[in-house]
Design a protein around this ligand. Structure first.
Ligand code: AVJ
Length: 335
């Protein structure tokens, strides 16, 4: 928890350049588009403002939410095997992490790679400026001698920037089953686009939350303490804060679902009554019981992940699991 507290301190210090309430930004356009659609939806990437980051940290620590703990187990139990696979023949490389967060998991790898005197530079990419300034400040202290350069921005733009900075081989990290937040077709095209940004012989270390007892999965997205509920409602509150919305969050209930056939874990907010909401001058009407689709957290079989690799011109070369086989970290080679 220590890291998280430091990150919070950095965010508080940095909180001066928050954009003004804005009708012109991408966030506003995406919100209006989603809430005007016949099936209302919001994009879960907007969960992560300062309040959402804090709720997600609470979620990672709660009993029911297993994925972070499982992936951490993979990284701490298989550190040497994962790092040796990344080091390969020992050529210099850039280790690029998409959505680095507080880098707790990758820190396991970083310290081992440094111990082994691997020749590499760590390039964490994150959409959150707070996250990047936190990493730029803390990593040189916790890992003295680490060569690093934090990149704040969208994944593919920052990948291009990283490629312009150096032509070394690349090992890309995309952890936490973040890929599960995409619909199947999006996930495939994301992997294809990622492949197009890489060269033959580059690597991807990618985390997948696997199918398991459906009750275990549903419980992780329906925790008794109600953190997931608040995590979802926070997006309505964020719309109120940043876009001058007037959602009354007490009039929406959280409805999590898991379909063991498709592996789709989805969450919705249900309007408890007929109501209307103003967002920066736009009016959105809700029927009683109308749902907003908030998030998908797709669960995979190992075979499905191999299939995604193949369709995106990667070859899966290693599979690393936790003891319970609830989570997979795969190493894919760009072909
Ligand atoms: C951060 C995307 C991996 O989908 O499990 C946690 C986010 N949503 N509880 C996930 C989340 C609800 C999480 N990821």
């Amino acid at each position: 928890m220590k890291n998280f507290e430091t990150m919070q301190a950095v965010s508080i210090g940095m909180g001066t350049n928050r954009p003004a309430k804005s009708k012109s930004g991408q966030f506003y356009r995406d919100v209006i588009t989603g809430l005007r659609a016949p099936q209302k939806y919001l994009n879960s990437k907007y969960f992560y403002d300062a309040a959402g980051d804090k709720l997600f940290r609470e979620l990672m620590a709660c009993d029911e939410y297993y994925p972070t703990k499982c992936e951490f187990e993979v990284f701490s139990e298989e550190t040497a095997e994962i790092c040796d696979a990344i080091i390969g023949n020992g050529d210099a490389f850039d280790m690029i992490e998409l959505g680095a967060g507080d880098a707790t998991k990758s820190a396991c790898l970083l310290s081992y790679l440094m111990e082994k005197q691997a020749d590499f530079t760590y390039l964490p990419i994150d959409i959150s400026e707070n996250v990047i300034s936190y990493l730029n400040v803390t990593l040189p202290v916790t890992l003295p001698g680490l060569q690093m350069n934090g990149l704040n921005g969208e994944y593919f733009q920052m990948l291009e920037k990283a490629a312009a900075l150096s032509n070394k081989r690349k090992a890309v990290l995309f952890l936490g089953s973040n890929i599960g937040n995409m619909q199947a077709d999006e996930a495939e095209s994301f992997c294809r686009e990622l492949r197009n940004h890489l060269s033959d012989g580059d690597m991807l270390l990618i985390g997948f939350d696997l199918k398991k007892n459906p009750a275990t999965i549903l419980a992780a997205y329906n925790d008794k303490g109600g953190i997931t509920r608040r995590f979802n409602l926070n997006l309505l509150e964020r719309i109120n804060r940043e876009l001058n919305g007037d959602f009354d969050v007490s009039k929406y209930s959280h409805y999590p679902t898991y379909d063991p056939e498709t592996g789709a874990c989805k969450s919705y907010l249900v309007s408890l009554e007929e109501q209307q909401v103003q967002i920066g001058g736009e009016t959105i009407r809700f029927a009683k019981d109308e749902c907003i689709f908030m998030e998908i957290s797709q669960k995979f079989t190992v075979a499905q992940t191999d299939q995604i690799a193949a369709t995106a011109s990667f070859k899966p070369v290693y599979h690393f699991f936790d003891r319970k086989k609830w989570f997979l970290d795969a190493i894919w080679l760009a072909l």
